[in-house]
Design a protein around this ligand. Sequence first.
Ligand SMILES: [Zn+2]
Length: 88
Amino acid sequence: MPKYTYRCVGCEREWQVNFSLEEAKQNPWLPCKCKTSVANRVPQSFSVREKKKETPKQVGDITESFIEEAREELDQQKKEASSKEYKV
Ligand SMILES: [Zn+2]
């Protein structure tokens, strides 16, 4: 069972709970022992301090997506043109 960290917004107490994925979904927050605030579930990516380095996009990828977009635009223009013809 995955561990989930909850942190109280009032007293900043942190503790971990063993929840199934379903239980965690049903409990985005838990009542804290201080009874004045609630504890929010801390997203797991936050507890992992290590930041992944973003790999820069390859030039080839950019060119490819650009061509793809241009092609879609062309298709759209063709469709618009043909729909206009139909109306007339
Ligand atoms: Zn608290």
